[in-house]
Write a protein that binds this ligand. Sequence first.
Ligand SMILES: NC(=O)c1ccc[n+]([C@@H]2O[C@H](COP(=O)([O-])OP(=O)(O)OC[C@H]3O[C@@H](n4cnc5c(N)ncnc54)[C@H](O)[C@@H]3O)[C@@H](O)[C@H]2O)c1
Length: 330
Amino acid sequence: MLILTKEDIAVVCSMEDAIEAVKEAFIVHSEGSVKVPLRINIRSDKYNGNMLFMPAYCEKKDAASLKIVSVYPDNKEKNLPSTPAQVLLIDPTTGIVLSIMDGTYITALRTGAASGVAFSVLAKPECKTGALIGTGTQAAMQLEAMIVSKNPKLVKVYSRNKDRLNNFVKNMSTKFKSKAVELVACESADAAVKDADILITATNSDRPLFSVESCKPGLTISAVGSFTRQMQELDTTVLKKASKIYYDDKEAMLEEAGEIIKALENRDIDEKKFSGSLGEALAGKIKLRENDEEIIVFKSVGLGTQDLVTAKQVYDNAISKNIGKYIDIG
Ligand SMILES: NC(=O)c1ccc[n+]([C@@H]2O[C@H](COP(=O)([O-])OP(=O)(O)OC[C@H]3O[C@@H](n4cnc5c(N)ncnc54)[C@H](O)[C@@H]3O)[C@@H](O)[C@H]2O)c1
């Protein structure tokens, strides 16, 4: 069994590789050729934790996986991660587990790559200015995907915690020094969004982050954060102004994306706004952006298929580059 740490994954899988893998993931997912049962949640009241199990199997790619993510808020007091995660990659021809890899890294990589895919398909051809709201675990990969997919000259960043915001901008400016992109910290979400051609929201907010007046014509938004009915990053007015809304999976979005559910329930938008999945867009089955004035939203909630296809890509790359540590446990 091959053990792959986050350092190993960083060496073997670039954001460009991940974007290609996630494109394929969206396509196979929209074809319906992946078995992705609903995730299983086992609650531990005794330790105030939830253990989540996310399986996936794609016959076409001869790959299966199981992501285990646990949510243990009290771990912070023990100096342990509050959402530890691993991905197990399984050989479906034998049922043998081939690899265990850092699941937090895989999640951030594939979630960033999903924004990269959305921008490469839906954004205007030329995007000089980007914006990023949220500087948590997902933020670095989101920023990298934005840079890789659209090569903006300026990215404006906002998050609630000023110290973390300034640290993020400083660290990322160093990391992406060679990319000729200027990163600036903004005083408000509206200040970040103003003038942006592409925007990523990666927060756990339960209220709208910015006003519709800040959105310039032609903006493409990748809204990553909300995954429960109570959460909301986008104001209803933004959804109303958008001419098209795409998603990773419609059923999952209607179950989990707070802003979409609320806007539908209040009849502020109807399903005619939904243009289709990114997989259908990539397969050329549905309309894409039609002009440089449209405001377009891509709402993701995250799919087991993305974990599966990304993990397979990482494993294949690791084998060909001879990276990782083997252990034999039968
Ligand atoms: N769509 C997907 O596939 C996917 C994958 C992974 C995580 N997520 C979700 O994305 C969100 C972000 O994930 P993370 O791991 O970076 O979380 P995190 O807790 O590490 O970071 C959250 C960030 O949001 C910021 N924030 C929260 N409310 C805000 C507000 N009102 N205004 C400005 N900033 C605000 C926080 O300051 C912090 O920077 C979470 O809700 C997570 O569940 C989605």
